[in-house]
Design a protein around this ligand. Structure first.
Ligand SMILES: CC(C)(COP(=O)(O)OP(=O)(O)OC[C@H]1O[C@@H](n2cnc3c(N)ncnc32)[C@H](O)[C@@H]1OP(=O)(O)O)[C@@H](O)C(=O)NCCC(=O)NCCS
Length: 346
């Protein structure tokens, strides 16, 4: 629910979005004078007090866009949210010291609800550069999804940029979890990749309670009914990940493929009785195409141990290339191992 008070404030989600005032000029500098804002937005850089005063004036003169300071109490600005009334698009920035607290998702939720409910916009969009992972995650968590439109070429501060259009539809408000809204289902090459469901718990145990899965992946071992329940919960959580059962007909699960936008990487496992049929390679092909074409990810990575021959073959067969990046050392289940990075470019 987004409430609008008579003074142009929008409140809800523990936030108060309010107009900028003269007293906010130093806070504006703190918010906008940093490398991420310079890199991803068209604002002036460096952004000093003079730029802030200009921005404030321009904002007040601009009747076609709402420029609102994000606050928790109507006072100290922690960021800004923009809503273009003509374009029906939103923009967002959070002050560096206030990042990582979930403010962006709440502010985006709030302004989006306001746009749908108070302004009756059936669709709100966000234009996001494919490399801007943080913004993609925030948009995803707030229920935005890449729209069907082609990416657009824009000129921003003399730089040509490509932006992917993300959309939030009024009908999608209030549904639970990202998958409830999109129902990601990828079909092709003799496969149907579909979401995990409650009835898959026994199949999960059968697939994942396996020595190769235990050895080569971070999944818990033994992988019993309880582990399956916990895994299903994570798979269905609103965490930005896409985690799909590999099937040939939408029915029996034969493995899993997942896409993790937070690390721009994919992962997979196939049940021992289903290996050697090209399932993993085909599933990775499908999810990689989805990552590039739908999620707007320019690069997808796999992290694989040098000794995992089956997985290295899957990566090669799906068109990935082993990079020169130094291996990442991690300790998993008491084993110290080196993960090599493979990449697939759009
Ligand atoms: C890796 C894994 C997903 C492969 O699944 P799969 O469905 O059998 O793989 P595919 O049938 O798609 O095979 C793809 C390629 O790998 C090759 N391959 C499969 N298993 C292999 C093995 N044990 N040794 C060597 N190559 C192997 C296939 O021959 C094929 O190569 P080709 O196209 O040159 O013939 C499966 O073995 C598995 O689940 N392992 C445990 C979990 C794991 O390691 N996950 C990856 C972590 S990075």
């Amino acid at each position: 629910m987004a409430d609008q008070a008579g003074d142009g404030r929008v409140t809800g989600e523990g936030l108060v979005l309010r107009e900028w005032t003269e007293a906010d000029l130093p806070a504006m500098v703190e918010l906008f004078d940093n490398p991420e804002v310079a890199r991803w937005t068209p604002l002036a850089s460096p952004f000093d007090l003079v730029a802030a005063a200009r921005y404030l004036d321009a904002g007040h003169a601009d009747t076609r866009r709402l420029h609102l300071a994000i606050t928790t109490d109507g006072r100290q600005p922690l960021g800004e949210v923009l809503l273009s009334l003509d374009h029906r698009s939103i923009g967002l920035a959070i002050t560096p010291t206030s990042r990582g607290e979930g403010l962006a998702v709440r502010a985006l939720d709030l302004i989006t609800t306001y746009a749908h409910e108070t302004l009756a916009f059936p669709r709100v969009i966000a234009e996001i550069e494919p490399g801007n992972t943080a913004s993609q995650l925030v948009a995803h968590r707030a229920g935005y999804r890449p729209a069907a439109e082609e990416p657009q070429l824009l000129t921003s501060r003399g730089r040509e940029i490509v932006v992917v259009i993300w959309e939030h539809l009024a009908a999608a408000s209030g549904q639970d979890g990202p998958m409830a809204e999109t129902g990601v289902r990828l079909v092709g090459d003799g496969l149907v990749l579909r979401e995990w469901r409650e009835g898959d718990l026994p199949a999960m145990v059968e697939l994942f309670d396996d020595p190769a899965v235990a050895y080569w992946t971070p999944l818990v071992t033994p992988f019993d009914e309880r582990a399956a329940k916990a895994y299903l919960e994570v798979a269905q959580a609103d965490n930005g990940r896409i985690q799909l059962a590999i099937t040939t007909d939408g029915g029996r699960p034969m493995g899993e493929v997942l896409l993790m936008p937070e690390t721009l990487s994919a992962g997979y496992a196939v049940g021992s009785q289903y290996r050697g049929q090209g399932l993993a390679a085909r599933a990775v092909n499908l999810i990689t195409a989805y990552a590039h074409d739908v999620a707007g990810m320019p690069r997808v990575m796999l992290e694989i141990e040098a000794e995992n021959e089956a997985s290295n073959s899957v990566a090669r067969r799906a068109g990935y290339r082993l990079t020169e990046v130094e291996p990442r050392w991690v300790t998993e289940k008491g084993r110290k191992l080196a993960l090599y990075t493979w990449e697939h470019l759009a």
